[in-house]
Design a protein around this ligand. Structure first.
Ligand code: UD1
Length: 417
């Protein structure tokens, strides 16, 4: 089991390229099942969640190979419609394969992804929508058997909540359904627009991605395509938090500022200065961050739930009190117990966390229990006096490409053991 050793209170500096977005890569990899033929997905991050998706693709009959930053997927040979439980459990986003496999083969058999570290992960919205497109779904013993032997039919889907995964599942399934599908209250995340962009390159007719109402004119089939994954806005927010907590100046190469619309004002509120030029984003953090008042997580374009934990870690040493309200997932403050071990003053009740900034955190041995919580502990360790050991690195590796190397190149004293 690897751990990260961090010696805190080192200033960071320099330039860093923002990796490709995990949350774009995963649904796009699932969608390649439907795009018969050769696909080349550029800027695809090397992550354990991506490896898990590749495992599912291979099982289904795809040929998958990596060349540097690109994944080459040939889905011409897809000949299975089941996904074993062991593969489903490796990544929670595996549920997005449901729409793709069903649309490609007329059947999909897989088990529920189950709950996870950050709370229950229901899929009722996915199932309701697929039923509205004509899928017959039997749920038995925690497994699903979905059939659409004569293909899916376009229809009207109104989501009661703009679920990212459900929107992606519907978009993929409807791409080759007969007729037109309209999705209202669709998720508007940049990763939705990226998936639509990829599907449209494959011959789909999807309009309105990122705008809340999606219109999908079904086409008979999709072909393979070349596509470049967008930069990861959550990794960008994490790197901004690293700069903010260490009073550093960093240049994030390739960060898309329009994807960070609700994030950047929060850093400015904390006293950071931000400059965007030619696709780069420069942050200059004050010696000590100020309180960011109230941060509420919301569906996009609101403040992203995935950036809550990294920012909360930065708020621990800010001057004043910051209040977080987590509106998306139930169980997203688990890392705060470990922050308290490092000297942070954090009180949580339900969806609210109150962070009273302290002048200093102290190095400690801490353990991560989820992906963004792991990033939060690394950020706290960067600020802490003395040495910290962060275990649970496997969570970090689900979403961050070599974070320890990235940070050590920027001047942090961090190494994996
Ligand atoms: C995606 C992201 C995840 C991010 C989240 C919210 C990927 C791979 N993961 O997850 O990093 O934190 O969006 O931005 O892209 N819900 C239901 N029923 C459903 C589906 C969802 O009740 O059928 C609820 C969930 O319990 C949760 C909320 O809706 O409370 C948001 O979930 P959703 O937007 O679907 O998130 P994911 O797609 O799972």
């Amino acid at each position: 089991m690897s751990k990260l050793l961090v010696k805190g209170r080192q200033k960071l500096g320099g330039e860093v390229s923002v990796q490709g977005a995990k949350n774009s890569a995963l649904p796009i990899l699932a969608a390649t099942v439907l795009a018969k033929g050769e696909n080349v997905i550029f800027n695809c991050p090397c992550l354990s969640d991506v490896d898990a998706s590749c495992g599912i693709l291979r099982y289904l009959g795809c040929r998958v190979r990596r060349e540097g930053g690109a994944l080459l997927i040939d889905s011409a040979g897809v000949d299975r419609s089941d996904i074993p439980d062991s593969l489903m459990r490796k990544t929670r986003s595996s549920i997005v394969f449901l729409g793709a496999v069903l649309a490609r083969t007329g059947r999909a058999r897989l088990c529920f992804p189950g709950g996870c570290e950050i709370g229950p992960r229901p899929i009722d919205l996915h199932l309701k929508a697929l039923r509205q497109l004509g899928a017959e779904i039997r749920e038995e013993h925690g497994c699903l058997d979905c059939r659409a032997p004569y293909g899916l039919k376009g229809g009207r889907v109104a989501l009661s909540f703009p679920s990212v995964g459900a929107t992606e599942d519907i978009m993929i399934a409807a791409a080759t359904a007969s007729g037109t599908t309209t999705v209202t209250n669709a998720a508007r995340e940049p990763e939705i627009a990226d998936l639509a962009d990829y599907l449209n390159r494959c011959g789909a007719h999807i309009y309105g991605a990122g705008e809340g109402v999606l219109v999908i004119d079904g086409v008979p089939s999709l072909h393979g395509a070349l596509h470049t994954i967008i930069p990861d806005r959550i990794v960008a927010a994490t790197l901004l938090s690293c700069a903010a907590v260490t009073g550093s100046e960093l240049v994030l190469k390739g960060a898309v500022t329009s994807h960070l619309g609700a994030v950047l004002p929060v850093f400015e509120e904390g006293g950071c200065s931000l400059q965007s030029r030619d696709g780069d984003l420069k942050i200059t953090a004050p010696h000590r961050l100020r309180s960011m008042r109230v941060v509420r997580t919301m569906p996009y374009p609101g403040f992203p739930t995935d950036a809550q934990a990294p920012l909360l870690a930065a708020a621990c040493t800010a001057l004043g009190t910051t209040v977080f309200v987590e509106n998306i997932f139930e169980n997203r403050y688990r890392h705060t117990g470990e922050l308290i071990r490092m000297g942070a003053s954090v009180k949580t009740e339900g969806k609210v966390a109150v962070i009273e900034g302290v002048p200093r955190l102290y190095g400690a041995s801490v353990e991560a229990t989820d992906l963004r919580g792991a990033a939060a502990l690394v950020i706290a360790a960067l600020a802490a006096e003395g040495k910290s050991t962060v275990s649970g690195v496997k969570y970090l590796e689900r979403g961050y490409e070599n974070l320890e190397t990235v940070l050590s190149d920027l001047g942090a004293e961090i190494k994996k053991i």
